[in-house]
Design a binder for this molecule. Structure first.
Ligand SMILES: [Zn+2]
Length: 57
């Protein structure tokens, strides 16, 4: 049995900017608001882990 968590389980390539971190709005590049320019968004598991870590920091 494996308990390894892959980063793929924690974050996904942002569907809004396709992981590019920027989107084209009216012909100009803007930071993707959905992922806040990270290019990735947290999965439900990622959110859970983040809350867990914050609780213990
Ligand atoms: Zn994005």
């Amino acid at each position: 049995m494996s308990n390894v968590i892959s980063t793929d389980d924690l974050e996904l390539s942002c569907p809004n900017c396709d992981g590019k971190k920027i989107i084209i709005v009216n012909g100009s590049e803007e930071k993707c608001q959905k992922c806040e320019g990270k290019g990735v968004i947290l999965t439900a598991l990622g959110q859970t882990l983040l809350h867990f870590i914050k609780k213990h920091m």
